[in-house]
Every structure is written in structure tokens, then in C-alpha cells.
Write a protein that binds this ligand. Sequence first.
Ligand code: AMP
Ligand code: ZN
Length: 437
Amino acid sequence: MKKTNQYWDATAEALSRPELEALQLARMQSTLQQVSLSSLYQKKYSEAGISPASVTSLDDIRRLPFTTKQDLREHYPYGLLCVSKDQLVRLHVSSGTTGQAIAVLYTRADLEGWADLLARSMYMTGARPGDTFQNLAGYGLFTGGLGFQYGAERLGLLAIPSGSGNSKRQIQLMRDFSTSIIHIIPSYALRLMDVMIELSVDPKRELQLQIGYLGAEPYSEEVRRRVEEFYGIRVFNSYGLSEMNGPGVAFECSYQSGMHIWEDAYFVEIIDPDTLDPVPEGVFGELVLSTLNREGMPIIRYRTRDITRILPGECPCGRAHKRLDRIQGRTDDMFIIKGVNIFPMQVEQVLMNIPEIGNNYVIHLERRNNIDDMIVRVEVTDKIFVEDMRHLHRLQKKITRDLRGELQITPCVELVEPNALPRSEGKATRLIDRRHL
Ligand code: AMP
Ligand code: ZN
């Protein structure tokens, strides 16, 4: 593997568009041979009357049926398996909050490939041997723990598997081992910020942090800005999902302008979730992904339910791998109230732009006398709460006005004291819909 200053793996990262597409077709064709060994795809392709050999161009892929989360649930635990069980060395289970779990099975080669993708991603942002990398993500069935751990070790970072929670010890580890890079879920980054404020720790003065990888849940540019300013770091967006290994599917480069999706490993499409037709570059739709070099459990045309778009144009870093825009939310996150479609992220964008608002909020949807209400509970910052009622009232009015401007409906805004709302150290629950209870 050639290592230049710019690339961790030039053989993949420096490919031109035509080279990348030729590689994708070859890998897609062998993946299609491989998936035919699984009971799910045998059934799917015989029902659709398609033989894998009929795919002779990248466009032909669009004729293949989609794979859904429901397929993965119904074929739990081994229905997608394409190798003998004795070749498997790891199992992860998706952290999905509803319904039956889905299992992801890895061979040794799958784990190697995954670790390489993460090593490549981190290297791209400037991580180098000599850096201390603290991984504040949950270890265990969640892929953000072990995924980053193996990637960081592959790259040669000193990797601390500190897991999520126990914030005081996290800060101590950061101090003792001069942590320069962290991986952390956005809501925990906000929570840790509050803990540091409580303990009067100024990370810019007292810690050596330089880089943060934030992902695993949607967050806004406003949250990125808050985290960058408070910790004095550069934040890179990191995207992945268990079905596609976990993190390392798409990652921001040093230009922080969209996440390069590693197209030597994943085939990417964006579709209209209603018509299922492809949408043009630059238009938002549902992300559909296929694995291109996985042997244990390859997946073809997986509907991720994540809403994003391909950013048009070339990245100044020179990589031809396409860039995904920030994930706006999931098709199943979107809620409809008073006829308006809303993503929780739109609410967050408004809130996090207001300096008097703290780092935590939650949206409640309720139905009273057949009328839907949207209640937005927000924590104010420490400084505000001691001040007088008139000020609070003005702030409440401003938030309501700003939200109405963005959403076209008028929510009910409730201000609460700092630390009054429930905290999570894993993925945050931002929306509680009680309308159908
Ligand atoms: P899981 O497989 O349970 O870890 O969850 C994967 C899901 O987390 C994805 O399908 C996205 O909905 C969400 N996710 C992961 N990374 C990001 C990110 N950088 N921005 C927004 N959502 C993300
Ligand atoms: Zn780039």
C-alpha cells in the first residue's frame, strides 16, 4: 500500500472517476455472485426473475430490487449469510429503538476492510501516529466503539477505549494522556460541555484537543460550531450504519464540506422515497447503499431511510469519491403536524443559533381535544436563569417567533432550568410523539 502525505491508501483514494466506476462494476458483479449464496437474495432474485449475470453496467443495478430493514428483520439471524458460520469472527446488532433487532456478521476480511476504511478516514483529517485518540462511544453491540478502536489501532494512534459516560474520568484521561482526537456522539459532546462548565474546566487552556469526529445521530451546523468553539477543535462529520459495517461509510476531509463516501467500498444512490426513482445530483432524497467488498453479509440496494443529497462539484482535496451532504434526518423521523412536514433538525438549527439557549432540548407532540400541539422544551444557559422574568419572557417570544419563521406553525415554547431535561450518553431522543397513545 502506497502511503503519501496526502493519502492513507492512494490505491483507493486517488482513483479518478472512470477508474472508480470500473472498480465498482467489477466489485458489484462479484458481490452479486456472492449474495446469491444467501437465502434472502436467492428468494428476492428468483421472485424478480433476475440473474446476477445480467448486470453488465452500473446502470443495470437500478433494475435490482431494494433491500429494506424489514427484510433484515425477517431474515434474522442468518438469512443474509453468504459464508459458512465458522468463517465469522464478529457480530454486531443495530441499536434501532423499535422493532426486532438486526444482526450484522463479519468475517476476518470484513473486519480488516472496515478497519482500513476508518484508518483512511481519520488519516484524511490529519490523524497521525503519535496522536492520542479517545473513543467516547459505547463499546459493545454499537459499532461506534469497536469500529473506531480497530481503525485507530490500524492507523497507529494510541487508542483509549473510554466508552461513553463517566465524564469526570473522561476529562482526567484527556489530561493525563494529552488526548488530541476524540470520537463522540453529538449529544454527548454537548453534555460533556456542560460538565466541563460545571467543573470550571476550560478545554482550550487545559487540554490538548485538536480534532473531534462527531456522528451516529443527526446534528446541525450550529451544533458543530458550538462544539468547535467550546473545545477549540475542528469537528469532522462521520457517517455510517451497522448494516454497512458501522462508521467509516462517509467522512469529511480537511475541507469540512460534505462527507466523501468511500465508493470503492459502497455503491451510492439517492432516490425519491415515494416514487423510488433516482433523483438528480444536488437534490435531497433517500440514501440507498450497496456493499462492494464484503463477503460475510453483502447487502444490495439497502434503503437507509436517511435523507441527504450528493453535493455537486469537485472537492478541493482532489478525491473523486462523491460527497454526501449532512444527513437531514430519517424518513421515519419526520413528523407531520397541522399539515406541515417537519424534521427535528429544523428545530435544532433555530435553537442552537440563540446564545441564551443551553445544550439540550426535546420536542413533545400531543393531542388535546383533537388538536395537535407541538411543545418545545429548551434549557436556558446558567447565566440567564438568575435574571428577571421579563427577560425570560422576551426570550420565549423570540424563540417562538424564530421557530414560526422556520416551521410555518406556532409551537408552544417552555423554558426550563439548566440540566432539567433527561440526558443521554448514547443517541439522544429529541422527539416524543404522544399523539397516538
Ligand atoms: P446504527 O446502525 O444503529 O448505529 O444507526 C445508524 C444510523 O445513525 C444511520 O442510519 C443514521 O440515521 C444515523 N447516523 C449515523 N451517522 C450520522 C451522521 N453523521 N449524521 C446524521 N445521522 C447519522
Ligand atoms: Zn475532500
